[in-house]
Design a protein around this ligand. Structure first.
Ligand code: SF4
Ligand code: SF4
Length: 593
């Protein structure tokens, strides 16, 4: 029941704001639920009372409150995010218990725990009262320490604390309201302690220091009003700002654990769950130049406001470096892909071609070089030597025919035509009836493995490593030094990075750059980014070529025809494909047919 003991008119701004954000969140969830396919709704209903919900709860604590992924990348940033999220969560939870314990009720008005010190000023003896008083000050101190760090980040952005993105007006307004909340709470509770006594190690100490000051009485109500207004303004702005991620990220984690597969639902949740932390900014190769900003932090901000532009959709290389560091695991390239498909009229797929002649059927290995592979004939020649040394029957499916995996068309949004190309390629590959399908291009490899499940599909780095491990070919180690460049499509997209390195270590000494494996730099030649200007491509390629030459190896090795071409154009150091490095070191063949 509402009485003068638990209500004062100043609580209204907070209560209105809180009610508004709860209604908005519920409306968003209902809208998503209604658009979700039946199969996913069934999956959710069947998953709620299962262990997957417990796992999701664990991840919500680890990622939404503690921000584990951010901690791993940047301790300062991790502490800053954790202090706000965990500190505020504990203020709410412990405050709720404090107020319920004091009143002995099962329920209290929504505003009561937040303004407890206003309604119950001074010292009071009730169960665990001393603990509650000190704990509440502790959470407030934790948040304020994070706020100091956030202030330093704004003043001194950089590698240590993180790059500060340039936010939109509504985000800046929400941030300003947020920054007022906790200092105002500190001030309101300290002044209350100064007048009535009580308070913990923080508010009580300040209260004692200012007790007796003549202005305290005149500050008392304005400070509680200001605290309530800042809360109300922040909550009203939440749905229109990046802070909507606070309630949405938990739903995204639940949806993933419950196995929701509908692309549109997951991408919408990801869009809303982006916290605009800006971690994607530092790693994006396109963030270094003077080109218009299109990194996920900006793209998603504009997308949510319905203002994304051509550069947002077509200016991204699709190198996935941003997704590798994203603490929310936002698949921004997929979100861009959906926008591309909306922007480009979809055509009907063409019919599949006649299969490859019967005479070439029944090979051990069907190989696919791909369009770019034709521009790097050295790779094909090296694979021929390796396969002959291994004594395997093989055929290049695109030896005489122009076949394509469809990726360039897909990246330009023409998914229907891309599918038709893949259908053609699939028919041709399976017509060879191979034991294994091998692609020397990681882009094609990713497309083929997604389309063909009837045969093992390998990238040539894995296939060659397997031949060595099985003793079908033997390689000799020389004094040569090598730097291996991980192609984006192989390391980040296919999670193949350690095996090529350990294989190359059998033929020479590796000198790797600091950022390699899943952290490797983009060569600049990535097929995405149709809007990336020529001079920008040159800048990207030169930067990566320079970076790879820093360790000072004699040869740069890569495993993608596109990377090879891009780096070779701008590096003084020779650049070879993985197959060429292995073929050069072939000792003898040990044929086990
Ligand atoms: S996309 Fe990920 S890394 Fe980038 S701002 Fe959003 S949450 Fe942060
Ligand atoms: S995919 Fe690469 S180019 Fe595109 S935004 Fe991410 S890091 Fe930048």
């Amino acid at each position: 029941m509402i009485t003068p003991d638990n209500f004062n008119i100043f609580v209204i701004p907070f209560t209105l704001g809180m009610t508004f954000v709860i209604i908005w969140l519920l409306a968003t969830i209902v809208r998503l639920w209604r658009h979700m396919p039946q199969a996913d709704r069934r999956r959710v209903r069947h998953s709620i009372l299962t262990v997957s919900t417990l796992r999701a709860a664990g991840e919500i604590v680890a990622e939404v409150l503690i921000h584990r992924r951010i901690w791993k990348r940047n301790k300062f940033l991790g502490y800053m995010h954790m202090s706000f999220a965990f500190g505020w969560f504990m203020l709410i939870v412990v405050g709720k218990f404090e107020s319920l314990t004091y009143t002995g009720n099962h329920f209290n008005p929504i505003w009561y725990p937040l303004f407890f010190k206003f309604f119950v000023p001074g010292e009071h003896e009730f169960f665990l009262s001393a603990f509650f008083t000190q704990a509440m000050d502790l959470w407030l101190a934790l948040i304020l320490s994070g706020q100091i760090l956030a202030f330093v980040k704004r003043r001194m952005p950089g590698r240590t604390i993180g790059i500060r993105p340039r936010h939109t007006a509504v985000n800046r307004a929400a941030l300003t309201a947020l920054w007022f909340i906790f200092p105002l709470r500190l001030a309101a509770e300290s002044v209350t302690a100064g007048i009535h006594g009580g308070g913990g190690f923080l508010t009580g100490t300040i209260g004692q220091a200012i007790a007796g000051a003549p202005v305290l009485d005149s500050l008392f109500m304005p400070l509680w009003w200001a605290y309530s207004i800042s809360l109300g303004v922040f909550f009203v702005l939440i749905p229109f700002s990046r802070y909507f991620h606070i309630p949405v990220e938990g739903f995204l984690i639940l949806a993933r654990h419950w196995g929701v597969s509908d692309e549109a639902t997951i991408r919408t949740l990801e869009t809303l769950a982006c916290s605009a932390c800006g971690m994607c900014l530092r790693v994006c190769p396109r963030a270094q130049g003077d080109a218009p900003r299109m990194q996920p932090v900006y793209f998603i901000e504009r997308l949510r406001a319905g203002r994304d532009n051509d550069n947002d959709v077509w200016g991204c290389l699709g190198c996935l470096r941003c997704e590798e560091v994203c603490p929310v695991v936002v698949h921004s390239t997929q979100i861009r892909m959906a926008r591309k498909m909306q922007a480009v009229p979809q055509r009907r797929p063409q019919p599949a071609p006649a299969p490859v002649p019967q005479a070439r059927q029944g090979v051990d290995v069907a190989l696919f070089a791909g369009c770019m592979g034709k521009l790097t004939p050295g790779t094909k020649a090296a694979m021929n030597r390796i396969l002959q040394a291994a004594g395997l029957a093989y055929a290049w499916v695109d030896e005489d025919e122009d076949l394509c995996c469809g990726r360039p068309l897909r990246l330009s949004g023409r998914t229907g035509e891309a599918q038709a190309r893949m259908d053609r390629l699939k028919t041709a590959l399976l017509a060879l009836n191979p034991r294994v399908i091998v692609s020397t291009c990681p882009i094609c490899y990713n497309m083929i493995r997604a389309a063909i499940s009837a045969r093992p599909v390998l990238h040539h780095t894995d296939f060659v490593a397997q031949l060595i491990d099985e003793g079908r070919i033997a390689v000799g180690r020389s004094a040569q030094t090598l730097t291996y460049h991980d192609p984006c499509e192989l390391s980040r997209m296919a999670d193949i990075s350690s095996r090529p390195v350990s294989t190359l270590a059998k033929v020479g000494t590796l000198k790797q750059p600091d950022e390699c494996g899943r952290e490797s730099h983009c060569c600049g030649g990535a097929l995405g980014g149709l809007a990336v200007a020529g001079h920008e491509r040159t800048r990207l390629m030169t930067a990566t070529a320079d970076y790879l030459q820093r360790p000072g190896a004699q040869t740069i090795v890569t495993a993608c025809p596109l990377c090879k071409k891009s780096i070779a154009q701008h590096a003084a150091t020779p650049v070879v494909d993985f197959a060429e490095a292995i073929a050069k070191s072939l000792k003898t063949s040990s044929i086990n047919q």
